[in-house]
Design a protein around this ligand. Structure first.
Ligand SMILES: [Zn+2]
Ligand SMILES: [Zn+2]
Length: 322
């Protein structure tokens, strides 16, 4: 068994795991990412850009204190899992509590990827500047990393995902982040702390805020049947029904009309890929993944969503795992 780590940077509010690991890498003075991955997870390769990164249970066991408690805390504070947890209920199985799900469920069952979404790391420059003032260091916010989020919920400014000078992407496979602490590894230019343009699309702003609220809430898993029935009911309530069945195709057409192709494509790349075919599907499968996009249209805030519970949002999009 490996020794416990002597140090790992404490989490800052809403900090993503790759941000903490990148800060560890800088402080450790390790020359290569491989050394850092080896110290933290006994791996030479590590993908920290996914919804729930693999091998974080190894890292959790290496931190001081109880491994299960560490793992639960990392999952809750530093990964995107809390936004996906409501949709991870399984058919015909009792629903565990939120903490039981995280610690006792096999970690391999957690979602790793959102279909069609290319991994990138997104940064709000105003947040970096503000965090340096408040916390003494800038960092990567987890809420900005939600699939489809393009705007900082706090500053309403557009997020950037590549070097302002050479456009080299911040996130590269098997690498850690060097910005905002150091220079771009390609052009050696440091982050320029100038405000980005403000978002003009209210849907993108609402979606960014929703993602932040969804992550901050500790919503337990729902049974998939309950969610599915709730979606069907909501669709019927909005007037899209044929007899007792929801008229999905008509509903889909109205959603596209209401939200616009540009917005939907931004938050859901699968929409672009399958634009001509059947896009919105409602079915209960044994393995589901959801990207919670477009919800703000029907559910202005998370509190309302929780209150609705069994009448949950209709526009949640379910897709099977890859
Ligand atoms: Zn910001
Ligand atoms: Zn650059």
């Amino acid at each position: 068994m490996q020794d416990k780590l002597l140090f790992f940077p404490p989490s800052l509010p809403d900090e993503s795991l790759i941000s903490r690991v990148s800060r560890y890498h800088l402080i450790s003075g390790n020359r290569t990412e491989q050394s850092t991955f080896g110290e933290l997870c006994s791996r030479v390769r590590l993908n920290l850009g996914s919804v729930v990164p693999a091998y974080i249970e190894v890292l959790a066991a290496r931190l001081p204190g109880d491994a299960d408690a560490n793992l639960a805390k990392i999952l809750q504070d530093n990964t995107l899992l809390p936004a996906f947890r409501p949709f991870l209920g399984r058919r015909n199985t009792p629903l565990p509590s939120a903490s039981e799900t995280d610690v006792n469920a096999k970690i391999t069952h957690f979602p790793r990827h959102v279909v069609g979404m290319v991994g990138n790391a997104k940064l709000c420059i105003s947040c970096v500047f503000e965090d340096e003032q408040i916390h003494g260091v800038g960092y990567w916010h987890r809420s900005h990393q939600m699939p489809g989020v393009t705007v900082c919920w706090k500053h309403k400014e557009l997020l950037i995902s590549s070097c302002q000078n050479c456009r080299f992407p911040f996130l590269r496979p098997q690498k850690l982040l060097s910005v905002p602490w150091g220079a771009c590894p390609v052009c050696s230019i440091h982050l320029e702390k100038k405000k980005q343009d403000e978002a003009t699309n209210p849907l993108e702003i609402a979606y960014g805020l929703f993602a932040q609220e969804l992550l901050a809430e500790n919503i337990p898993p729902y049974h998939p049947e309950i969610l599915m029935n709730a979606y069907r009911e909501k669709i019927r309530q909005r007037g899209y029904s044929r007899g007792s069945m929801p008229a999905l195709q008509d509903f889909q057409a109205s959603m596209i009309d209401e939200l616009g192709c540009e917005f939907i494509s931004k938050v859901d790349p699968a929409f672009s890929m399958k634009r001509a075919s059947w896009w919105l599907r409602l079915s209960v499968k044994s393995r589901l993944i959801v990207d919670p996009f477009m919800i703000p249209v029907l559910f202005p805030d998370v509190a309302q969503m929780q209150k609705a519970e069994a009448k949950a949002p209709v526009t949640m999009r379910f897709r099977e795992l890859d």
